[in-house]
Design a protein around this ligand. Structure first.
Ligand code: F0G
Length: 350
């Protein structure tokens, strides 16, 4: 049967109301890629796999939740959707709203959204509003707006977003035949880690697939769940997770704790080094935030806090590298230019 997207595929597992009218771009069904060269770099002796979520239609995992949120909104007659975003949710909301024939309004923190994400939101025809402030300020405005006006809120405080996003956990179990021993992933607003935990628990209760331990990873400059208090001025190169007051922070902490895992922080340098390693060792280019889960795993192994021997570990890489080319493009300063002569080419290559 042709692939139909995450809602038809997992409908019986999703708590969506009967009025839901499926709007899909055939999201999901993303590859779970073995990365043995990277595993060897981290010491070896375990199976490491990347859930490559950047291959979703708008380039990030957000499409899984967005198909659910927009499908529900359309089914109840909404005419417009609104969200706050560090970029990926904005592009995804814009794409699904376009597909549904709805208006999309996206609020982004001024000057802090990566180029590919802003371009996506504009390309799909959303109304993009910059907010003088952080993602947290933008989300507060969106909540106030939706209390007053009939706009459908499609941030992950919308429960249907999590219903869609938990399908990633189902896919991981379906591919492996069971849950992995550990799942590492970046944590920003904390919807994704919450959704994965929901998904793993649901599958385990129904079919005994086992439960992974969760390693949630924040950026050190935006690590409220590690510090134990909100961060007023979050700062990180991984702008996708530049969030100081995660809407689902409590649930994320609960998920990590219930799973026997933890939430940790890594530096921007560790994130960028992992982004580069993954691209150069395995041919997988992900955006900086998406490398955070793997950077956290590497840090845990290095410190001896974590023994990976014999384990099956899945790292969720949430968004495509093309979303945020800035860090990589800084290297264009080193580009070599040659005149169109073989001798000149030989000189620089050999
Ligand atoms: N990775 C990427 C690439 C993201 O865009 C986000 C969140 C996360 C990880 C963290 O997921 O928020 O569920 O904990 N991006 C949101 C956005 C905030 O607006 O696109 P989370």
């Amino acid at each position: 049967m042709a692939y139909t997207g995450v809602i038809p595929r997992y409908r019986e597992w999703l708590n969506l109301p009967p009025h839901t009218q499926v709007i899909s771009l055939l999201e999901g069904d993303t590859p779970l890629v073995l990365v043995p060269r990277l595993a060897a770099q981290l010491g070896g002796g375990f199976d490491l796999l990347v859930k490559y979520e950047g291959l979703n239609p708008s380039g990030s995992f957000k499409d899984r939740g967005m198909t659910a949120a927009v499908s529900e909104a359309v089914g109840r007659g909404a005419k417009a959707v609104i969200c706050a975003s560090t970029g990926n949710t904005a592009a995804s909301a814009a794409a699904y709203a376009a597909r549904a024939g709805l208006k999309a309004v996206v609020l982004i923190p001024e000057g802090k959204v990566a180029l590919g994400k802003l371009a996506g939101a504009l390309a799909y025809g959303a109304q993009v509003v910059q907010v003088e402030g952080s993602f947290d300020d933008a989300l507060r405005l969106v909540v106030e707006m939706t209390r007053k006006h009939p706009l459908a809120l499609v941030n992950s405080i919308n429960p249907y977003r999590l219903e869609g996003q938990k399908t990633a956990a189902f896919e991981v179990c379906d591919t492996l035949g069971r849950a992995p021993d550990w799942l590492c992933l970046p944590v920003g607003n904390a919807g994704n880690i919450t959704a994965y935990w929901m998904g793993f628990r649901q599958y385990h209760e129904a079919q005994g697939t086992g439960l992974p331990r969760l390693l949630g990873v924040q950026a050190a400059g935006a690590a409220p769940l590690v510090l134990g208090h909100p961060v007023e001025h979050p700062e990180t190169v991984a702008t996708a997770i530049r969030i100081g007051r995660p809407a689902r922070g409590e649930q994320a902490l609960e998920a990590a704790q219930q799973s026997g895992g933890r939430i940790i922080a890594v530096s921007d340098d560790e994130i960028l080094a992992m982004q580069r390693l993954l691209a150069e060792e395995e041919g997988l280019w992900v955006e900086p935030a998406s490398a955070a889960g793997l950077a956290g795993l590497a840090a845990e192994i290095r410190s001896g806090r974590f023994d990976p021997a014999g384990k099956t570990i899945v790292a969720v890489c949430t968004g495509h590298g093309l979303k945020d080319p800035d860090a990589v493009l800084r290297r264009t300063a080193d580009l070599v230019t040659v005149p169109p002569r073989l001798a000149a080419l030989e000189e620089v290559i050999l």
